[in-house]
Design a protein around this ligand. Sequence first.
Ligand SMILES: Nc1ncnc2c1ncn2[C@@H]1O[C@H](COP(=O)(O)OP(=O)(O)OP(=O)(O)O)[C@@H](O)[C@H]1O
Length: 370
Amino acid sequence: MNDFFFLCECPLFFCGIRYSRTGTNTWTDFVAGVFGIITSSLGRSMLPNASRCQSRFPRLPENAPEHCPGTESQEAGKVSACAGCPNQQICASGDTKTVDPGIQLVKDRLQDVRHKILILSGKGGVGKSTLTALLSRGLAHNYNELNVAVLDIDICGPSQPRVLGVNGEQVHQSGSGWSPVYVEDNLSVMSIGFLLSSPDDAIIWRGPKKNGMIRQFLSEVDWGSLDYLLMDTPPGTSDEHLSAATYLAKAGLTGAIIVTTPQEVALLDVRKEIDFCKKVNVKVLGVIENMSTFLCPCCQKQSEIFPVTTGGAQRMCADLKVPFLGSLPLDPTLARCCDEGRNYLTEMADSTVVKELNSIIKNIVEACSS
Ligand SMILES: Nc1ncnc2c1ncn2[C@@H]1O[C@H](COP(=O)(O)OP(=O)(O)OP(=O)(O)O)[C@@H](O)[C@H]1O
C-alpha cells in the first residue's frame, strides 16, 4: 500500500511542479498537477509511519555541517561542505556505521570535569581571549575551593600562554597524558602555544588537522578533577567549533558564553553565533558585552566609544531571549596587564572592571547550576 502511494506520488507530484513552473500550460497539465498534489499529500498522510518516506532520502547526522550531503550519499565525506567535519574520514571511507572512537575517549577523559564551557565570539578582536583569562582567574580567585582550567583551541592564534603570564613554559607528557601548565594552584592551562618552538611560528592547518589536534587536547590532557573548563575558541563558526561541539556533545557540554562589543557590526555576527549554537544543540549560557564604555585611567570617567545604534547586547539578548551576563568597560590598564601577563584582578582589585567582572562571574556560576 505504502509502496503504491510512493510510486504514484512522485511522477504526479512532478507533473504538478511542471504545471506551476511553465508559462504554457495545457488543461491536461493542470489536471495532472492538481491530482498529483492531492495524491502526494494523501499518500503521505496515509502512511502509517511517515519516516519511512524520509528513509528514501539521505539521512543527516545530528551535528551535520551546513550542506552536508548525508551519510548515505555517494558524496559523503568528499564535498567541500565536509572539509573540517570531524566525521569526514569515516564518511569518505563509506563506513558510516562506525562512530568516531574519539567521542568516547573525550567522554572518558572529561568525566571528572563538572562544567565545560565554550567561549565564543562572532567577530575577532572583541576580547574573547581576554575574557577567558579574566573569568578563569576570577573563578579560581573568588572560589578558591574550585579547580579551574583553560583550554586554548584557537589553534591558529593561541594567546592564553601570554595573557595568563606563562609564555615559554613547556608541557610534559606522562603515562596519563599531557600535563597542563599551572598558573595558580587551582588554575591550569593547555594551549598549542606551548608546543611551538617559537611564538612567531605560523600554524597553517586545514580542517582535518585542526580536528585531530582538538581531539587530542580533549582526550589526552590530564586535568585531574575540575570544576570549570573554559575553552577559548577562534572567532566565528568554523572547523574548531564544529569539532569541539561534536566531541563534547556526549561528554556533556554545559554551554557557551558569547563575547561581543556594543557595535551593530559585532552584534550581527553574535546572532549567527547564537544560531550556530541552536543548530548544534549547545545551550547559550549568556552574552557578555565587552568595551561597552571607555574608562579614563586619569579621572575614572566612563564615556561611550562604540556607537550603540541598536540598543547594544542587552537589547539583543532581550529580543533573542538569551541571558545577558553583564558588561565590561574598556580599560587601557587591563590591555597592558594582559600584554604583560600580569594578574589584573589582584593588581586592580578595587577597580570598576573587577567589580563588573565579579558580577559576571556570579551570573555564570548561577547559569551553570540552573
Ligand atoms: N575591556 C578591555 N579593555 C582594554 N583592552 C581590552 C579589553 N578587552 C580586550 N582588550 C584588548 O583588545 C585586544 C583584543 O582582545 P582579545 O585578543 O582578547 O580579542 P579576541 O576576541 O580573543 O581576538 P581574536 O578573535 O583575534 O582571538 C587585546 O589587545 C586586549 O588586551
